[in-house]
Design a protein around this ligand. Structure first.
Ligand code: 5RP
Length: 223
């Protein structure tokens, strides 16, 4: 099976976690795009979705799924999103699509986080994927020096020759060279640094379940 087919498989499988009559939290990325396509086939059963990015909002609306503001939705029963890395405890690195801040907010207001990913995302230790960190632009150099002191190398993410600007008007640092052995402690530590908006380690908002696309079918990991 191709990676695209694996993503479609888990996107479809995630429908079993969508509760009829309940607003669903929707993440961002190519795997979630498959979920959004699947969700459109049962859209008459849900009142709508809380979206984690402008990109997902556009896709949801194009398929006729109402988008509800996070602040109007209350607690959500489920949030469905992809990951750049997930470990055996459900801790994740996210933000490859630059949507990590809103993703973490919607995850935090949801009782259950269902991660959908192809099997290439399962890792023993987080850190091989460059860690996305959303920062206030004036803090970028200072935050980069803090990562350098930890042995990491931080670069401002660039798009079309200029720093990428997130949906929140901020920048992204991508940090290589880290081995994140203690995701909970690491997330707490980096969250304290002035100018950090969101660190892409999702440990305090870890997955409850991961639907992993494999050549043999969907493997369900429960944490
Ligand atoms: C976006 C994310 C995505 O969930 C992550 O990058 C995985 O994306 P994809 O499903 O395209 O591999 O965190 O900010």
């Amino acid at each position: 099976m191709t990676q695209d087919e694996l993503k479609a498989l888990v996107g479809q499988a995630a429908l079993q976690y969508v509760e009829p009559g309940q607003v669903v939290g929707v993440g961002t990325g190519s795997t979630v795009n498959k979920f959004i396509e699947a969700l459109a086939t049962i859209k008459d059963r849900v009142p709508g979705a809380v979206s984690s990015s402008e990109a997902s909002t556009a896709r949801l609306q194009a398929l006729g799924i109402p988008v509800i503001a996070a602040q109007d939705a209350g607690e959500l029963s489920v949030y469905i999103d992809g990951a750049d890395e997930i470990d055996g405890q459900g801790y994740m690195v996210k933000g490859g699509g630059a949507a990590l801040t809103r993703e973490k907010i919607v995850a935090a207001q949801s009782r259950r986080f269902v991660c959908i990913a192809d099997e290439s995302k399962l890792v023993r230790t987080l850190g091989a994927f460059p860690l996305p960190v959303e920062v206030i632009p004036m803090a970028a150099a200072h935050v980069a020096r803090r990562f350098a002191a930890m042995g990491g190398t931080a670069r401002v993410r660039v798009k079309d020759g200029a720093p990428l600007v997130t949906d929140n008007g901020q920048h992204i640092l991508d940090v290589t060279g880290l081995q994140i052995a203690d995701p909970l402690g690491f997330e707490s530590q980096v969250n304290q640094w002035p100018g950090v908006v969101t660190v892409g380690v999702f440990a305090h908002q870890k997955a409850s379940v991961c639907l992993l696309g494999t050549a043999a079918g969907v493997r369900t990991l429960t944490f």
